[in-house]
Structures are given as C-alpha cells and as structure tokens.
Unconditional design. Structure first.
Length: 373
C-alpha cells in the first residue's frame, strides 16, 4: 500500500512476468484476475467472500452504474468502495464496450456515443470527458480510457478508423482525467487482428503516456487461435515497465496462454456467470453439475480444492440445489470458480518467480479432460 500508483516487476520467465501493482488501497499481485462486479456486486458473492478467494482487485462498470443508481448518487454516498463494502482496489471500465454490447445504440460520432438505456429506454450520452467524470465520482483506483471496441469480423478500413477514433478519445480521456495522485489511467490498444494497426495504436498511447496499457478489441468472437496470434506480438508493442491488461479474458486455458505471452491482468464474467448456470471449472476440466450423472455422486467437485463448495458439499448436493433452483447453488459454484481462477493465478505467480512456468503449464494442461467430468 503506497500513496502513489506504481508497478514493481519482480521476475520474468520467458515472456511471462510476475510483480506487484502498488496502490493506496492495497497491492495487486500480478498476474492478476479481476472478478467482475458490474452493478456494484460480484453476483452471488459477499465482498468478504470475494476477498477470501484471493482477489486483490475487482472490476466495476461505468455503463451500468451511470444508469443505475447513477454515479452522482454513489458519490453522495461516499463512493463505490464504501457503497459496495469493498476497500481494496477497483478498476472501472469506461462504458464504450458495454454501450455497444448492451444498449440500443443511437449514434456514434466524433464527440461520443448516444444510446438508450437497456433498463428503461432513457437516452444517455457518453463522451471521454463524461466517462472520466463518472469514474472519478465512483472513486475507482484504475480508470479506463473511453474507447470504441469494434465487433469482429470487420474490414481493415473499419478497424483502422475505429482505432484512430479511440486514440483521439484516449487523448481527450487523458486531458479530462487530470492529475490525480494515487489514481491510475490506463490506455487501451485497439487495431483488431492487424499487427501494424496495433503498433500504431501502441505508439499513439505511448506518446500520451499512461499508468498501464490494456490490449482491447479481443475476446469479441475471434477465437483462441486468432487471439493468441495477436498476443504473440501485441504485449511487446506496449511499454515493458507498465502493467498490461487483457480485457474480457477468459477461460482457464485462455488465461494461461495470455500470461505466457506477457499479460499481467485480466477480467472475465465467465467464472461468475457460468457458476450461476451450474458450470464448474476444475483442474481436471469442466463439470456441468446439472448433468443427471451427478445426482448420487458423494464426491466433491474437486477433491484437491479447498473452497467451501468442495470442502463441505457433495456433487449430489450441488446437483440437487441447482435442480431445485435454490439460491445457494449459484453462491457455491461462483465461489468455487472464483477460488479456482485465483488458484491458477497464484500458481502462475509462484511458478514464474521460480523460473518454472513451463513445468507448471505442462502440469496445468496434463489431465485436463475435454467435456464433462
Ligand atoms: C468479453 N470480451 C471482452 N472484450 C473486451 C474488449 C474491451 C475493449 O476493447 N475496451 C473496453 N473498454 N472494454 C472491453 C471489454 C470489457 C471489459 O471486460 C471486453 N470484454
């Protein structure tokens, strides 16, 4: 915990890195996975449970909170940390991506985006300046630039124009963010799957100077192979001494592959969203607990897991409460999945520090069954 924001790179193993991001609200061990707390809650989890899984930071969303309960109300109530009872770091996304994926987009102009709320149809306007204001009102520790993330597939012209717009918005975000010691502003690289466009984006962001750099524009349907091809060059285009954040990723093997390629931070709804639908991630693969074959199984989800679901309940019980649509079902499986994702991160941090990432990765992939186990 420090008064300012800094990144301390501790060790590397190949392209994989491990370190600590120091912030006034606490340290973030990297590589780090951020649970998604979209509407000021990590769904089905108490904040102290999220902390118990090992999470050092969680993600909040400008888009959702500006619509409900509004950033101004959260500010009047003491800010997002106090509001949701989470006193560790929070990173907030800037809203552009969620507008495109959630709202009836009205129009996108140089100025910003105008859209209708997916909640009540009311009209709203987001610009780089307004996004910075909202994230400041929320009190988030790591603020994301306001950007545009084009849906893939898209032709090169569209990708280029979108990236160039995002770079102009990055400058406006920087100018509006101002000087806020202890708070960080991260730029977001765009450019689709194109190495040259991503290079230009990285250069533009370097010139503006940010506290961290995100690889945006991925995990939008391109598939793991195409994503890894981009990650084979994109992290190296970004400053080596700043955190690199891959947005919206991913499945366990996506996460391992991204860290292997030099990524320090990630966020994804997968562990929480799939936990609520009965999909459990384990070191041996995925368990779909609603499957009838678990109805009489006295074993835990994962005998090696120390989370509350695996320590105290059988597959048969979890199967039952999912079939009965009991609230504890989503709570237990979300807790398990977030616990397991943090175990993957902790395992990689230790392995990288010991120069043993390759062995850890081989062990991670060994014994992972395909399909339901
Ligand atoms: C699930 N896939 C995904 N890809 C993303 C890509 C972006 C992106 O390019 N920009 C911004 N601001 N947010 C993004 C987010 C939301 C955060 O998870 C993404 N999420």
């Amino acid at each position: 915990m420090t008064a300012t924001f800094s990144f301390d790179l501790k060790a590397t193993d190949g392209k994989a890195r491990t370190g600590v991001i120091n912030t006034p609200r606490g340290d973030i061990r990297t590589p780090a996975f951020m649970p998604v707390g979209t509407a000021a809650t990590v769904k089905a989890m108490m904040p102290e449970s999220v902390a118990a899984t090992g999470a050092d930071i969680l993600l909040g969303n400008t888009y959702h909170l500006m619509l409900r309960p509004t950033a101004e109300r959260i500010d009047r109530l003491g800010g997002l940390h106090q509001f949701m009872n989470w006193d560790k770091p929070i990173l907030t996304d800037s809203g552009g991506f969620q507008v495109m994926s959630l709202s009836d987009l009205r129009k996108l102009t140089e100025e910003g985006v105008t859209f209708k709320s997916h909640i009540d149809g009311s009209r709203h306007h987001l610009t780089p300046e307004r996004s910075m204001e909202i994230q400041k009102l929320l009190g988030s520790d790591i603020v994301m630039c306001f950007d545009e993330c084009p849906a893939l597939p898209a032709d090169r012209k569209r990708i280029q124009e979108s990236m160039e717009l995002s770079m102009r918005w990055a400058q406006r975000s920087r100018d509006a963010f101002g000087d806020r010691p202890g708070h960080a502003l991260f730029g977001i690289q765009q450019g689709g799957l194109e190495e040259d466009l991503r290079g230009r984006s990285a250069e533009a962001l370097r010139a503006i100077e940010f506290d961290g750099y995100a690889v945006g524009g991925l995990a939008v349907g391109e598939g793991q192979e195409a994503m890894f091809k981009v990650l084979d060059f994109a992290p190296d285009q970004l400053p080596v001494d700043k955190p690199r954040y891959l947005m919206g990723v991913g499945k366990p093997d996506d996460i391992v592959g991204a860290v292997k390629r030099g990524i320090d931070m990630m966020d994804c709804v997968l562990p929480s969203r799939s936990g609520r639908t009965g999909q459990a991630f384990t070191r041996r693969g995925v368990v779909n607990i609603k499957n009838a074959r678990h109805a009489d199984d006295p074993r835990p989800l994962d005998a090696e897991c120390t989370c509350p679901a695996c320590s105290n309940y059988s597959r048969a019980y979890l199967h039952h409460v999912f079939r009965a649509q009991e609230m504890i079902s989503g709570m237990l499986l979300t807790w398990h999945n977030l616990h397991y994702f943090q175990e993957i991160m902790a395992g990689m941090r230790t392995a990288i520090a010991a120069g043993a990432f390759a062995d850890w990765e081989a062990d991670f992939h060994a014994g992972r069954a395909k399909g339901d186990i």
